[in-house]
Design a protein around this ligand. Structure first.
Ligand code: G3H
Ligand code: ZN
Length: 283
């Protein structure tokens, strides 16, 4: 059975490790990350952006697929199904009604008062149904699903207000991370991070987790991050492995054979990422 993020994130913050949100794109992707979680005995958050959800046939299809896989694969580790970067109350409601156990409402591009009001509305609907909520303050840079944004650091007072007034379960305080790839090393605001974590005591969420070097990941966890989102890294490793096969084997045409090395790459990458986040063995 799917669970919300609340318990897994509180345990992670307490135990100084982070639970990975791994974004899924299709059946094989979901099988791969669930295999990794079960083999690593790690909790996992399945991230589904609105675009990926639509690609898979909509939230009801995603929810039905994930629930059926948990059963068929005998998954016993904690799994949350989470709407990534929900753009409106309606989109969050649609996901919750379809069976998602967690949602992110991303009102980060609105003025803070509007962001808090919107988030609070989502929290009221979600909490009444046992669903956890993540909010974003400041803005993550880079591109996701065609939405391009610049980096704006999260403000400490705004973070405090978001946690106390809206009552969120997790807070994405944007501090220099970007979606997609980094040019050189990311420049994360560690001082601000520490201050926000201490002032809010909320589990923090690090977006743009792909390509952040291990020492920075460790420090982000030390300073209150309990959830790290990874999307691009899995996509790159999957595509690299499939491309290698297609480059070397000009005769292959069975899609199951074409995708096989890609699936294995997702499993391997997810497992090593869980090791780095410290969530391995924490189910
Ligand atoms: O919300 C999803 C993440 O922030 C993914 O970022 O694609 O850079 O790993 P990434
Ligand atoms: Zn993100």
């Amino acid at each position: 059975r799917l669970v919300s993020m609340t318990e897994m994130l509180n345990k992670a913050k307490e135990g100084k490790y982070a639970v990975g949100q791994f974004n899924i794109n299709n059946l094989e992707w979901t099988q791969a990350v669930l295999t990794a979680a079960q083999e690593n005995n790690s909790p996992i958050i399945l991230g589904v952006s609105e675009g990926a959800g639509k690609y898979m046939g909509g939230p009801t299809v995603v929810s039905a697929m994930v629930n059926a896989l948990l059963e068929a694969m005998d998954i016993t580790v904690p799994v949350a199904l989470h709407l990534d970067h929900g753009s409106s109350f309606e989109k969050c409601k649609e996901a919750i009604d379809a069976g998602y156990t967690s949602v992110m409402i991303d009102g980060s591009h609105d003025p803070i008062d509007d962001n808090i009001t919107l988030t609070k509305k989502v929290v009221e609907y979600a909490h009444a149904r046992g669903v956890s909520v993540e909010a974003e303050v400041g803005t993550v840079g880079g591109e996701e699903d065609g939405v391009i944004g610049g980096v704006k650091y999260a403000d400490l007072e705004e973070c405090k207000r978001m946690v106390t007034e809206a009552g969120v379960d997790a807070l994405a305080a944007a501090l220099g991370s970007v979606h997609g790839t980094y040019d050189g090393e990311p420049k994360l605001g560690f001082d601000e991070m520490k201050a926000i974590s201490e002032a809010t005591n909320a589990p923090l969420v690090l977006h743009g987790g792909s390509g952040i070097p291990e020492h920075q990941v460790k420090r982000a966890i030390e300073y209150g991050h309990a959830k790290i989102n990874v999307n691009t890294e899995l996509q790159q490793q999957f595509t690299k492995a499939v491309r290698e096969l297609l480059d070397t084997d000009k005769k292959v045409y069975d899609p199951r054979k074409v995708l096989k090395p890609g699936v294995q790459a997702i499993i391997d990458t997810t497992k090593s990422t869980m090791d780095m986040f410290g969530s391995t063995g924490k189910a």
